[in-house]
Design a protein around this ligand. Structure first.
Ligand code: IMP
Length: 426
């Protein structure tokens, strides 16, 4: 059974929680392969809501095993809190949740540095990070002085690694006006969280491989989105990990031949949280209307998300760098009753019109917009493609034709049943 990867095709927040949950109904294993507590999914359990940042969304499906693979960065205090919250609601996590022994650890100085840097950055140089320590943790990983999950359980080694990292970071912290933390105090502060997560630590690459060998349905849950990928996004306004589908291979330790399908998620419009290019952004009352109707506020930071029109050159780019086999189009209901919907179909650059996203010369380029009629509230009642309003069918048909990728799923409302599945993933 080939694995399925779900990735954000825009700047993240495409409604991954709901679509991953939908596919998880049929998955035996859900694997997160990149990022850390910068992501956020709201899981709905009866009338209760749990927000998870690290644990894969499949955790509330008793039959699914959940893996946090080595491409992730793990904050033990956040993870311990999530495990407590999930168990407090009567869900079993032991034997179902596995954390890679090789994933890198977010040590308290990482969010400290992230916050100090963002605070000190001049206008135009801020990234608008989530301040969760993601960047500094991946920096330590690449600099080969990081702390890995397995190191948490050997105090002498952990103290040595923390001391070494702090030696490298001290001038940075002091320069930013911060206080350099004490290595021993840092290790002591992490100790209770390390003990809490210890029973979940495993060699996850082997676990994923075994599941694939047994023919189980394995779902790779992407975090953030294509345009936030460290290699393929709008650098430097990106996160520090591989959010694209290829990240599932490096982040989970499986080969590309294991992957059968890649589903790209996109909203029917676009949003971005944090700084960086967003050419179709709406700065007016319409942008505000979409923000309110779509509940577009960051799930980790609560920041209002920037809103704008769908950008087809971005989706074409996402189709290319992820090898998309299908699209899941979410939040169509948010555009209900608008006077008109616009879509960016191309860009006018100094060298003429292009259908590609002109990243290198964005400042000198202008989006070319095309108008579409909107639909009425009857959209939310549709449970088949045929039952959708004609205007919505035309809009979806246009996206699929322009991106050259079929629409597999359409979401017409926040509830689980407000979904139209045109093609199953497994
Ligand atoms: P970092 O990942 O906290 O370093 O933030 C880097 C950039 O990625 C910022 O623009 C964040 O707003 C953005 N970002 C990180 N995680 C998410 C996410 O889950 N959804 C949307 N944007 C994100």
């Amino acid at each position: 059974m080939p694995a399925v990867v779900i990735v954000g095709a825009q700047w993240g927040d495409e409604g991954k929680g709901k679509i991953v949950d939908l596919y998880t109904e049929r998955a035996e294993m859900v694997v997160r392969y990149a990022g850390g507590p910068n992501a956020g999914h709201t899981l709905v359990v009866g009338d209760e809501k749990i927000v998870v940042r690290l644990v894969p969304s499949g955790i509330l499906r008793p039959e699914a095993r959940c893996v946090m693979a080595q491409g992730m960065v793990v904050d033990p205090s956040v993870l311990a809190g999530e495990i407590d919250a999930i168990e407090a609601r009567g869900h079993v996590t032991k034997g179902r949740l596995f954390v890679s022994d090789r994933a890198h650890v977010i040590v308290p100085y990482h969010p400290l540095i992230d916050g100090l840097r963002e605070g000190a950055a001049a206008a135009g140089q801020k990234i608008g990070t989530t301040k969760r320590g993601i960047g500094p943790c991946y920096e330590d990983k690449a600099a080969r002085r990081g702390v890995r999950v397995a190191d948490l359980f050997d105090k002498a080694r952990l103290t040595e690694l923390v001391t070494r990292a702090l030696r490298a970071w001290s001038p940075v912290i002091l320069d930013l006006g911060g206080d350099v933390p004490d290595a021993h105090a840092t290790v002591e502060a992490m100790s209770p969280f390390a003990e809490r997560i210890k029973p979940y630590v495993a060699e996850t690459s082997a676990l994923v491989d075994e599941a694939l060998e047994r023919g189980e349905r394995v779902l790779f849950e992407g975090a953030q989105g294509t345009m936030l990928d460290v290699d393929h996004g709008t650098y430097p306004f990106v996160t520090s990990s591989s959010a694209v589908s290829g990240g599932a291979c490096t982040g989970a330790g499986i080969g590309p031949t294991r992957i059968g399908r890649v589903i790209g998620l996109t909203k029917a419009y676009a949003t971005r949280v944090g700084e960086g290019p967003f050419p179709t952004e709406l700065h007016d009352a319409l942008g505000e209307r979409i923000r309110v109707a779509g509940g577009e506020f960051g799930s980790v930071t609560g920041r209002p998300r920037r809103t704008g029109w769908l950008d087809l050159p971005v989706l074409r780019y996402a189709a290319r760098v992820n090898g998309l086999s299908g699209l899941a189009v979410t939040k169509l209901d948010v555009l209900t009753d608008l006077a008109e919907i616009q879509v960016c179909v191309a860009y006018d650059t100094p060298h003429g019109r292009t259908r590609d996203f002109p990243e290198a010369e964005l400042a000198a380029s202008k989006p070319v917009l095309m108008s579409f009629p909107s639909w009425g509230p009857e959209l939310a009642k549709a449970r088949t493609f045929d039952a959708l309003p004609e205007a919505a069918k035309r809009y979806l048909g246009f996206i699929a034709e322009q991106v050259k990728v079929a629409v597999d799923v359409v979401s017409v409302g926040p509830r689980r049943d407000e979904t139209i599945v045109l093609r199953e993933a497994f």
